[in-house]
Write a protein that binds this ligand. Structure first.
Ligand code: ADP
Ligand code: MG
Length: 830
């Protein structure tokens, strides 16, 4: 069978994957070799280098953890650290591992349908950042899928529910809780078109976290006391096999609890030396699991509320909550979600299997995607070809079809007619004869039946009324809901030297999107120099403070890339482009050199977070949290109360701590810890901002006062104008109660102050005094004293340029010249 549309959809899950095919208007799951709908996303390689995917591999992760890999999706696009399979010595990256899962699903298709597919839609969590999407595409290519459009999982689920409800107008919330990721998407279905109105997600929230909680809070403590093993811990390398085994059994018991009130865990454990073996028995109670899952569910509900609020809606506007993902099979989750207090008060819909609904939705979407680069039709001798233009799927029952007819020799005789016929319709439907123009073009409307894939024969007749051969001689069209342009999930911005951001593309913008901003360089780059660069961090996220967002790439222009030195303050134009599958290109244009630097964004993201560094940063944040709490006690208000309570309810602190503990031996945990730490930081920021606001305002107002005095003293019009502008914008920030904005504008005020002081010469004096104070740390004290003496004279004489030179020479006298920090960014606003 030759397909013109993709028709196959794959849910490449963290825990489980599935593939489905579109048949008519129904998407069917294709079972694997074991007759199961889903295939665990796990890989096992034995010592003979034989590779297995699926259940066998997942079960091996217990007895043979050194030769198995699972849950690698969480690491897609993060550090490309490889997984090493000990026995075979093979090393595979997360995209390579995902490729093996995809190959296995392709093989299932080949076995069940006899089709060797080269195109399939692959779903990704809406929360996936761009490098993860890029990695997914690479995986698809490595698995032999030369065409693999990406689709967001919540959209896929909504399509599965709404495909044949094209006449319904409604808003839904897709609640997708998987093994490791959570997505909440507000979806609007209107006149047969889906739009994602808003989305919130968390890449580190899922059933797996419940498993870990069971292991860490119940099973490990029980094993520790029962068998006297005080060093048994998640992070310990020695106990890794035991901990793995506990986790696997925890998951099984948890799943069993979706059907009962208690589940038995019975495991044979040994300490790896073979000397100690224990039989461990534990009765897991449903109530315990409920308690452990509670904070995770709270986090998910908070994200749903945010998603709804940000779309300017209330829960009353949402007709139903669509449940997706394995954990939604559990009764306590459903109770939590329907509970009037803890939940959302939106009716649930789980009429489609939550484990396969994403794959089926992906197949439906695949039916709307034409396979590109198909071979052009060839006409038989005396026959004709037709090139058609129309959507394969659409909400419209009467879509327009445009075609161009050509003869085998490329010519078009006069007097041709086409007629489209749907003989399966009752009664059969005919378009009537449609004349073909001189250039071979024709156009007509179809009339399609709903609830089925319509096939229309295309009948071509010549001037004498004789039927002529045509290739292709059919077309098909289905009435169904389609996705409109997918939205951008996280805003894209660039970070500036003052740690503020400039947004280029807002979240929610329909894709593809493109934006350009004019900025200025904040440091000079000298051609041929060894240091100095123009560094533009490209960020994903919503935080006003640049370093609170995720760096997804950097555009660096280094000294060896430029033809002439580029002075500080040069104009630079930054362009970002992103397509529907979230592939991004960044460009920078420097008018000063008339040169464009293209594609320099490096999408290999930061290396794996360092566990020791994570711990240090976590300690700092906990200290900050304690300070914020103390401040709250004295000057708190209801808003700060609420913000601090949310940190407690979601147990963010416990989460970070547990993940940091585990990070030492578990790279997944390290990645998760880094993410949670960012969340914690942002949550503390929010509370801190709330509490610091009054003093921020006071500081800004004081600063306005003394900068104004300095500007008045100088009496220079340029400074005065700059001051007047800043005065307005600082007050604006105060009126709009925007702490980050105020901080940024106070920062601008501060740099204006510096410029004024530099103008009057005071700045060099201040610098000189600071340097002179550290005289004892200088290498050559004799020379230091001479320079300081000379400097004093220059100060008295008001010789500022001389002082500037002396300052430079003094700086060179330090043993370790204060190291130039690796700049975060060297651009500023225009
Ligand atoms: P993913 O999208 O990450 O591949 P799935 O939707 O397949 O994830 O969900 C996997 C998660 O669902 C696992 O954490 C698994 O333990 C959990 N799960 C599967 N079935 C059940 C069940 N009946 N009750 C509770 N949790 C379940
Ligand atoms: Mg999933």
């Amino acid at each position: 069978m030759t397909r013109t549309t993709v028709d196959f959809g794959i849910d490449l899950g963290t825990t489980n994957s599935a593939v489905a095919v579109l048949r008519g208007v129904e998407a069917e799951v294709i079972k694997n070799n074991e007759d199961a709908d889903t295939t665990p996303s796990a890989v096992w390689i034995d010592k003979r280098d034989k590779l297995r995917v699926g259940r066998a591999a997942k079960e091996r992760s217990e007895s043979d953890p050194d030769n198995t890999a699972a849950e690698f999706k969480l690491r897609m696009g993060t550090a490309q650290e490889t997984v090493r399979f000990a026995a075979s010595g093979r090393e595979l990256t997360p995209p390579q591992l995902s490729a093996e899962v995809l190959k296995s699903l392709r093989a299932d298709v080949a076995q069940r349908l006899g089709e060797d597919i080269e195109a399939a839609v692959v779903t990704v969590p809406a929360a996936f950042d761009m490098s993860s999407c890029e990695a997914t595409r690479a995986a698809a290519e490595a698995a032999g899928l030369r065409f693999a459009p990406l689709l967001q999982e919540p959209t896929a689920a909504a399509l599965a529910y709404g495909y044949q409800a094209a006449d319904e107008n409604a808003r839904w919330l897709v609640y997708d809780l998987g093994g490791g990721t959570f997505d909440a998407a507000v979806i609007q279905l209107r006149d047969g078109e889906f739009t994602v109105l808003n989305h919130r997600g968390d890449n580190y929230l899922g059933g797996k976290l419940i498993d870990w909680r069971i292991v860490e809070e119940l099973l490990i403590p029980a094993v520790r006391t029962e068998f006297g093993l005080p060093d048994l811990a998640r992070g310990s390398a020695r106990w890794r096999p035991v901990v793995n085994k506990l986790k696997l059994h925890a998951e099984k018991a948890k799943i069993a609890l979706s059907r009962g009130n208690s589940a038995d865990i019975e495991i044979d454990l040994d300490d790896g030396t073979g000397r100690h073996r224990f039989e461990f028995y534990y009765e897991l109670q449903r109530a315990d699991v409920e308690r452990l899952a509670e904070p995770l569910l709270t986090r998910s509900v908070n994200l749903c509320r945010k998603a709804i609020e940000e779309a300017h809606l209330g829960s009353g506007d949402i007709a139903k909550l669509i449940l997706v993902g394995g954990p939604t099979l559990s009764p306590y989750l459903r109770e939590h979600l329907t509970d009037p207090e803890r939940g959302l008060g939106i009716p649930l819909d789980f009429s489609q299997d939550p484990m396969t609904v994403v794959a089926r939705g992906a197949a439906i979407f695949a039916g709307t995607q034409r396979i590109p680069g198909g071979s052009a039709p060839v006409a038989v001798a005396g026959g004709f070809t037709v090139q058609l233009e129309y959507p394969p799927v659409g909400p419209d029952r009467e879509p327009l079809v445009i075609g161009v007819i050509a003869g085998a020799d490329g010519t078009v005789p006069a007097g041709l007619n086409v007629e489209l016929v749907n003989s399966a319709a009752r009664p059969p439907w005919r378009s009537g004869k449609v004349p073909v123009g001189e250039n071979g073009a024709f156009q007509t409307y179809l009339f399609a039946e709903t609830g089925t894939a319509n096939t229309f024969e295309i009948e071509l007749t010549d001037a004498t009324g004789t039927r002529r051969e045509l290739s292709p001689n059919t077309l098909s069209y289905t009435v169904g809901a389609v996705e409109t342009q997918p939205p951008l999930i996280h805003s894209l911005s660039v970070g500036l030297a003052d740690n503020s951001t400039v947004k280029l593309i807002e979240r929610g913008a329909p894709l593809p999107a493109r934006a350009r901003k004019r900025l200025r360089t904040a440091a000079a780059v000298h051609r041929g120099g060894r240091t100095g660069l123009i560094r533009i961090p490209v960020l994903e996220g919503e935080h006003a403070r640049a370093d609170r967002n995720r760096i997804i790439g950097r555009l660096d222009i280094t000294a060896d890339q430029i033809e002439r030195s580029v002075p500080e303050g040069s104009e630079i134009e930054v362009t970002l482009e992103i397509d529907a599958s979230r592939m991004m290109v960044a460009r920078a244009y420097l008018p000063y050199l008339d040169t464009e630097f293209e594609n320099v964004v490096d999408l290999r993201t930061e290396s794996l977070p360092d566990p020791a560094e994570l711990r240090r940063e976590t300690d700092l944040e906990l200290q900050r949290l304690a300070d914020v709490r103390a401040r709250h006690k004295s000057v708190g208000n209801p808003t700060s109360e609420l913000l601090l309570m949310r940190i407690d309810d979601e147990q963010t602190v416990t989460d970070v701590q547990q993940l940091v503990d585990a990070a030492a031996s578990d790279p997944d945990a390290a990645v998760a810890a880094a993410q949670r730490l960012r969340d914690l930081r942002a949550a503390i920021d929010e509370a801190e901002d709330e509490l610091m606001w009054p003093s921020l305002v006071v500081r800004a107002q004081e600063m306005l006062g003394y900068v104004r005095r300095a500007v008045d003293d100088v009496g220079d019009d340029i400074y005065r104008r700059q001051y007047d502008q800043l005065d307005v914008s600082v007050r604006e920030a105060i009126d709009s109660r925007a702490p980050d904005l105020l901080r940024q504008r106070t920062g601008e005020l501060n740099s204006l102050w510096r410029r004024v002081l530099d103008h009057t010469g005071e700045l060099q004096v201040i610098i000189f005094e600071r340097l002179a104070r550290d005289r004892n740390e200088m290498l050559d004290l004799h020379q230091a004293d001479e320079l300081i003496e000379e400097g004093r004279t220059a100060v008295r004489a008001g010789e500022i340029n001389r002082l500037r030179m002396i300052n430079t020479r003094l700086r060179a006298l330090f043993a370790e010249p204060p190291a130039e920090p690796d700049p975060f960014s060297t651009i500023r606003s225009a």
